[in-house]
Write a protein that binds this ligand. Structure first.
Ligand code: SF4
Length: 397
């Protein structure tokens, strides 16, 4: 039996199979290259994060970059607040498996150091670099010679004083004016290898700012809700703000800012893109909320199934339903599912009951069926979880 997965289409890549997409066509932005990652144009939206290690500690920073890469991070930013950090950039840029963006505040000299170090891009904050405007010509020349793009990263917390006085506070208009002013300085020198962010901690202000920016220029945009907060609050704020903008086709890279380990930021960022069909989905558990009809502990069962299939490399939608009243119907759209009741679990593949097993065997049976689906797709799963075989091109990387 061939099993068709209803999931892997990436919106905007042309394989919509006639389904209307709720996501608007991508805004047409000019494409830049951040290392080997295309950003803007028709390139997929990329997930970024930022290291929390001391950049000068090369080994720890590279270790964290490796962890971020393994969790799906595609571009990483490192802070460069001191000469020691700047001195570490050549080794980090050379050894990192993903493009490294140097984050520069206050000191223009580190911009040149980052370009010389071979960083894939440099982020500058116009509000925080003293005498930056006088240096733009020199920076534009160095960046052009090295092929290094510049991210103009405006942040509500460090807005240019002149604009703060003019607008009274960090309004969307103030953020956009700051970004476009800096862009105009680079443009005077013929430099357009630019990406822009206008971050604010309030999703409402942030959304308005990015909408204005998207209408005012064709530069690729990096989305971020700055200082979004601890994991729960930051996840909600980022999902709401990015969801609204990405659904309008706005946004070329995203960074979820959480007061949590950066790997968590990457997981949330990837999940946001997956939710909108902008990135291939991995394992998706569709579990019911449970109700008075439930004949099994749905929360525990959903957790066990999630844990049992953790790292499974094939994109699967797995339904975990608490009863047989709505379970079969709700499981029908999933690749695999279980509806529980009377101490048993009905196992579904594409909505068809393939077997009924005792409750204690539900998780292992779902794993067996997942392996069988992979096999039918021509994917061989190794003991280490690696996937090979002719069908392995659907694998989520
Ligand atoms: S599947 Fe059954 S237990 Fe779960 S919410 Fe629906 S009716 Fe309630």
């Amino acid at each position: 039996m061939s099993v068709s997965l209803g999931i892997p289409t990436i919106r905007g890549e042309g394989d919509g199979e006639g389904e209307p997409s709720p996501v608007a066509p991508r805004r047409r932005s000019r494409q830049i290259m951040v290392g080997d990652v295309p950003v803007g144009g028709d390139a997929p939206v990329s997930v970024q994060s930022m290291t929390t290690t001391l950049t000068a500690d090369v080994n720890s920073t590279l270790q964290q970059i490796a962890e971020l890469t393994a969790s799906g991070c595609q571009i990483v930013r490192v802070a460069v607040p001191s000469q020691d950090d700047a001195d570490a950039l050549p080794a980090i840029a050379r050894k990192s498996p993903i493009p490294v963006i140097a984050d520069i505040h206050f000191q223009p000299k580190y911009v040149f150091a980052a370009i010389d170090a071979g960083c894939a891009a440099v982020r500058v904050n116009p509000g925080n670099i003293k005498k930056f405007d006088d240096k733009v010509g020199e920076i534009a020349r160095a960046a052009t010679d090295a092929g290094t793009p510049i991210r103009i990263g405006v942040n509500a917390g460090s807005l240019d004083k002149r604009l703060l006085e003019k607008h009274g506070k960090a309004t969307p208009e103030a953020l956009v004016e700051s970004a476009l002013w800096e862009c105009s300085l680079f443009e005077e020198h013929g430099f357009r290898d630019i990406k822009i962010s206008v971050k604010h901690n309030d999703p409402v202000v942030m959304i308005a700012a990015y909408r204005q920016l998207a209408a005012a220029c064709d530069y690729p945009l990096h989305l971020g809700v700055t200082e979004a907060g601890p994991a729960f609050q930051g996840t909600v704020k980022s999902a709401v703000a990015f969801g609204a903008l990405l659904a309008e086709g706005i946004g070329d890279t995203i960074r979820v800012s959480l007061s949590a380990p950066p790997v968590e930021e990457v997981k949330v960022g990837a999940a946001i893109l997956e939710s909108l069909g902008l990135r291939k989905r991995g394992l998706e558990i569709v579990s019911c909320p449970s109700c008075g009809r439930a004949q099994v502990d749905v929360y525990t069962l959903a957790e066990q199934v999630t844990a049992g299939l953790k790292g499974f490399p094939v994109p699967l939608r797995v339904a975990v339903m608490g009863c047989v009243v709505n379970g079969p119907g709700e499981a029908r759209e999933a690749d695999l599912g279980v509806a529980s009741g009377n101490g048993k679990g009905q196992i579904f593949v594409k909505g068809e009951v393939v077997k009924t097993v005792p409750e204690s065997q539900i998780v292992e049976t779902l794993i067996e069926e997942a392996m069988r689906i992979a096999e039918e797709m021509g994917i061989e799963i190794g003991e280490d979880g690696s996937a090979t075989g002719p069908g392995a091109d659907v694998i989520v990387s």
